[in-house]
Design a protein around this ligand. Structure first.
Ligand SMILES: Cc1ncc(COP(=O)(O)O)c(C=O)c1O
Length: 385
């Protein structure tokens, strides 16, 4: 801040911390990437990627490709376009959203949505078929891009079933649709690799990133773009002039300097190895709770995990939503000194990377006590067998 309190990144201008951070991101990107554009939030990163997808197709002579596909229950942010991308009806109602160009396909919640006897692979094939049907209904040559989080975070930490992204990418490749990976939650070791794309073999055309980019210490986000996008942008700017997009505080030198230092610390403590060591501990400490009568399913990867509360886990019978079981577990956990993230009757865990093994055990124990308290109450009310 003392060296350079502010300088902007509008066309033909930059600042040293932003340049160094862009170089760092290109160096660690999950697939070869050409350039980085900065913004201040995950929502703005996704808005930028949406505009880039439109700009790209206009540049390569297919301006009719304007529709964007994302998934029901996805969360990509809250600006008008990013929330249109999101598949959460509670965030659309009352706002006249989503915008018409945004379409939503099925989301891969295997535990809740698989048919009896359907394997993960068969379920993934059904998800990919649903995507292809949507593409054909809308017209393949009208689709610009598909957006997905490797693990759906705010939707409930929903881990993709086996082969899901292989099958989805095969469909996208068939119709030359761009893949934008929203790594706002998964980026920087959350799934046990540096990027969720690496965990799931995703080869994106663009990556959006925020949150752990600066360990959330400063508001900064980034879009990484591939050569394919960059080349088209260069050709298009010869025709149209500068890429007419930017934000005053994007790539702010102070935020970029902090993010750079965060990246240096990640390298120093070897964050990926740390996540690989702690991830299995979290999965096993909370995975053990699957035997608890309130818990239907526990699924996670690395340091992210979702736990589904069910009246009958085996038969997949949910609780009556009026019982507000998730909220009750939340309240009980608080009494035991544990703060939870609750999405309906789903508990979501994504502890900070500074967590230690003993604290992971502690989470499991406190949660067990909270679940027991709620099970006792539900039994007394006759709501649990
Ligand atoms: C996957 C994902 N994308 C985008 C966003 C939006 O980021 P921001 O709140 O910084 O706008 C979020 C926020 O939680 C997110 O989880």
């Amino acid at each position: 801040m003392r060296e350079l309190g502010y300088y902007h990144l509008y066309p033909h201008r930059s600042n040293e911390p932003a340049i160094a951070l862009a170089e760092k991101l290109i160096e660690i990107a999950p697939v070869p990437m050409a350039r980085v554009l900065f913004q201040c939030s995950g929502s703005e990163a996704n808005d930028t990627a949406i505009k880039l997808a439109w700009y790209y197709w206009d540049a390569v002579g297919q301006p009719q490709r304007t529709k964007i596909i994302a998934r029901q229950m996805a969360y990509h942010g809250n600006t008008c376009a990013a929330v249109s991308l999101s598949g959460k009806p509670d965030m659309h109602g009352g706002f006249g959203l989503p915008f018409a160009r945004f379409k939503h396909t099925e989301f891969p919640h295997y535990y809740r949505r698989h048919e009896p006897g359907e394997t993960e692979e068969q379920f993934s094939a059904r998800m990919a078929e649903a995507l292809e049907t949507l593409i054909q209904t809308e017209g393949p040559d009208t689709i610009a891009a598909f957006f997905a989080e490797p693990v759906m975070g705010a939707g409930g930490a929903i881990v993709p079933p086996r082969f899901y992204f292989d099958k989805v990418q095969a469909v996208l490749r068939k119709y030359a649709i761009l893949f934008v990976a929203d790594e706002v939650i998964c980026g920087f070791a959350r799934t046990g690799e540096m990027w969720g794309c690496q965990t799931y073999g995703i080869r994106p055309d663009m990556v959006t990133s925020a949150k752990a980019l600066s360990a959330a210490m400063q508001p900064i986000s980034a879009v990484l773009i591939s050569d394919r996008i960059h080349e088209a942008m260069l050709a298009q700017s010869d025709k149209r002039g500068n890429f007419a997009h930017g934000f005053t505080y994007a790539g702010h030198p102070v935020a970029a300097a902090v993010a750079l230092e965060v990246q240096r610390i990640y390298a120093e403590i070897d964050i990926v190895t740390r996540a690989k060591r702690l991830g299995p501990m979290l999965q096993s400490a909370l995975g053990r709770l699957k035997t608890h009568p309130l818990v239907g399913d526990v699924q996670g990867v690395g340091l992210i995990l979702g736990m589904e509360l069910m009246r009958d886990g085996e038969k997949r019978i949910p609780f009556d939503s009026a019982l507000e079981v998730g909220a009750r577990v939340d309240a009980a956990a608080r009494r035991h000194g544990l703060i939870l993230r609750v999405v309906g009757d789903r508990l979501v865990f994504a502890p900070p990377f500074v967590i230690e093994a003993s604290e992971i055990e502690e989470i499991g124990q406190r949660l067990y006590r909270a679940l027991d308290n709620v099970a006792y109450d539900l039994k007394s009310e006759g709501a649990l067998g």
